[in-house]
Write a protein that binds this ligand. Structure first.
Ligand SMILES: [Zn+2]
Length: 273
C-alpha cells in the first residue's frame, strides 16, 4: 500500500543537510516542535548517513527546538541511536506498528518485524527518557471493513501502554502499489470514515488522526455528502481529544456501512481473523 518506494531519489549527506536547511529557512522563527518525516527510518544509516543525522541534530539544538519527532523502524532503535538524538534534544520516536496482530502485519502488510520488536524498541526509548508514537494502519488490504476496524481497535488497546501517543493512519490508494491494482479491480475499498470514528472512540488517548485524502475515491470516504464534516471533526479531535462531538455525527450512509460489514462478515468472515 505504500508508494514511497517508487518516489525516492538517491541523496547523500550534503543533499540531506541542504534539504533540512531549506525547510528550516521556510519555517516560522517561533517554531518549537520539528517533525522530520523521512517516510522511512531517520535512524537507518543507509537512508540518513550518521554524519547528516548528527549535523541536523546539532543544528536543531542550536535553534533551541524543544521537541523533535522522527520516524524509524524498530531495528534501528538502539541505545546508541537513541542517545544520539536525546543528547541534543527531547525526541519522539514514531514507529509504524500498523497492527498488533503479527499475522496481519506479516501477511497483509508485509512489514517484516514483530510486535515484540516494537515493544522492545519502545522499552529502550523509555528507559533512556524519550517518547514513543505508534502508527496504526486502518484497513490494510485483504481485510474486510469489520476486520480492519476491530484490528485497529485491538492495536490501539495493545499499543497505548507502550506509546505516549497513537496516530491512526487511514489507508489510501497510492500510485504503483499492489493496493492500487486491487482497487482498480474492485478488490479494495479505502476505509469508511465511520470505522475511523469507532477506532478514535474506542481507544484510550492520546490518539490523533489526519484523514489524508478524505472524501476522495482514493482516500477514506463515506457517501460523499458527510465526508467533509466528519473529516473536519476528526481533525478537531486530534487537537481537543474530546470524543463527545464524534458521538453526535450521523448520516443516512451509516446504515449502509453497518449493512456492508454484516454482508462481508457472512461472505469472508473467516479468511484471516
Ligand atoms: Zn454519509
Amino acid at each position: 500500500m505504500c508508494g514511497f518506494a517508487g518516489e525516492g531519489a538517491p541523496a547523500g549527506a550534503d543533499d540531506l543537510i541542504n534539504q533540512f536547511q531549506w525547510a528550516m529557512g521556510r519555517s516560522s522563527p517561533e517554531v518549537s516542535v520539528v517533525k522530520i518525516y523521512t517516510s522511512g527510518s531517520f535512524l537507518d544509516p543507509d537512508e540518513m548517513p550518521v554524519q547528516a543525522r548528527d549535523e541536523i541534530l546539532r543544528r536543531l539544538q542550536a535553534l533551541g527546538i524543544s521537541r523533535l519527532v522522527i520516524e524509524s523502524r524498530p531495528e534501528y532503535i538502539t541505545a546508541q541511536s537513541v542517545e544520539a538524538c536525546l543528547s541534543h534534544l527531547p525526541t519522539e520516536f514514531a514507529i509504524g506498528l500498523e497492527s498488533s496482530n503479527d499475522l496481519i502485519r506479516e501477511k497483509a502488510i508485509r512489514k517484516g518485524f514483530s510486535l515484540q520488536d516494537f515493544v522492545a524498541a519502545s522499552e529502550q526509548v523509555h528507559r533512556q527518557g524519550g517518547r514513543i508514537k505508534a502508527y496504526i494502519l486502518l484497513k490494510p488490504p485483504l481485510l474486510t471493513e469489520g476486520q480492519a476496524m476491530r484490528d485497529a481497535i485491538a492495536t490501539g488497546l495493545a499499543a497505548h501502554t507502550h506509546a505516549d501517543v497513537l496516530s491512526l493512519n487511514l489507508c489510501n490508494v497510492q500510485r504503483n502499489t499492489v493496493v492500487e491494482r486491487m482497487w482498480q479491480r474492485g478488490e479494495f475499498r479505502p476505509p469508511w470514515l465511520w470505522s475511523a470514528l469507532e477506532v478514535l472512540k474506542s481507544v484510550p488517548g492520546p490518539i490523533v488522526c489526519d484523514p489524508v485524502g478524505a472524501g476522495t475515491r482514493r482516500g477514506p470516504h463515506n457517501c460523499g455528502a458527510c465526508d467533509e464534516s466528519i473529516a473536519s471533526a476528526i481533525r478537531d479531535h486530534a487537537l481537543s481529544q474530546d470524543v463527545g462531538p464524534l458521538k453526535s455525527l450521523d448520516c443516512s450512509c451509516k446504515a449502509a456501512w453497518r449493512e456492508l460489514m454484516e454482508l462481508e462478515e457472512g461472505a469472508f468472515g473467516a479468511v484471516l481473523l
